[in-house]
Write a protein that binds this ligand. Structure first.
Ligand SMILES: [Zn+2]
Length: 298
């Protein structure tokens, strides 16, 4: 499971290559239009090579002569560039994206990092690798607070989830585990997928998955789930914790994450109290101290 930071850093070699191609194209274009410029640049290059040899030979007189020649050539070169309005940096590699200067991240006015719009491809790949391949159309901007006629409740849940993601939310005894409980068909999956995508957009490592799928996820991913910045497990229910080895896998993940205070959200249609009384014992112990996200919670 690759994080967005890893994906962007892997693509830097590709960006560097395109920067170099653009530079070479630019140089060829300028030299074609102004062959006298190419001639001077060739001479300068030649003189610099000769100077290198003169330095090794410790031939001070020759060095001085070459220095004067280079100086004259540069003055001539500057004149041609100025007279023809040529970009003086035509032979320097330039950033492909001015917004992020090819780093892949831009800084918001509040100082937070965000993935730059030039890295849409890496972002989509990361969503897919982070459990969200089936939700490519889910976007936060399409989440409507007033859907189902409960604008304040829906807005509150959205903000609570974002607070958990940003580390601004604390359950009563500072547990990093949260239960998001809401009636069926109220858009919980849509919202949590969008929050998970927001996490990745902010440069964090995150994963969205169904609770029961913990038993079919590969061991590499399971190991990653213990350490990523933000984890959402959907369709959480007491019966799921009793299915196969889901209970022990989940318990293990939650224990490692709690030790590093990494936020985890369990999404469920059931009330928290009911889950606490019916779940696998190891899980219910953790649930009782978990924070609650719901329309009613304060
Ligand atoms: Zn950019």
């Amino acid at each position: 499971m690759k994080t967005i930071k890893e994906l962007i850093s892997e693509s830097l070699t590709e960006v560097e290559a395109s920067r170099d191609i653009l530079k070479q194209q630019n140089i060829r274009r300028v030299y074609k239009a102004y062959p006298e410029l190419k001639e001077i640049d060739d001479q300068i290059l030649n003189d610099r090579n000769n100077r290198f040899i003169a330095v090794i030979d410790k031939d001070e007189r020759l060095i001085r002569r070459i220095d004067i020649a280079i100086e004259e050539l540069i003055a001539k070169r500057d004149k041609i560039i100025a007279r023809n309005n040529i970009d003086p940096e035509f032979d320097v590699a330039k950033c492909i994206c001015d917004k992020c200067e090819d780093t892949g991240f831009t800084k918001g006015s509040d100082g937070t990092l965000k993935v730059c719009s030039c890295r849409k491809k890496e972002l989509e790949t990361c969503y897919e690798l982070s459990g969200m391949a089936d939700y490519s159309s889910y976007k936060m901007k399409n989440y409507r607070d007033d859907y189902l006629g409960d604008p304040s409740g829906r807005k509150k849940i959205k903000n609570d989830l974002l607070k958990v993601l940003l580390g601004l939310a604390n359950s009563e005894d500072k547990s990093s585990l949260f239960v998001y409980s809401g009636a069926p068909q109220t858009g919980k999956t849509f919202l949590t997928v969008c929050v998970c995508k927001t996490a990745i957009n902010l440069g964090k490592s995150a994963y969205y998955g169904k609770c029961e799928d913990l038993q079919i996820i590969g061991t590499d991913t399971l190991e990653a789930l213990k350490r990523i910045d933000f984890l959402v497990l959907d369709d959480f229910a007491d019966s799921v914790t009793m299915t196969g080895n889901v209970g022990s896998i989940l318990n293990n993940i939650l224990e490692v994450r709690a030790a590093s205070k990494l936020p985890t959200i369990l999404v469920t249609p059931f009330p928290k109290a009911e889950l606490v009384s019916k779940c696998d014992m190891r899980i219910s112990g953790k649930l009782s101290s978990a924070g609650l996200i719901s329309k009613e919670s304060r």
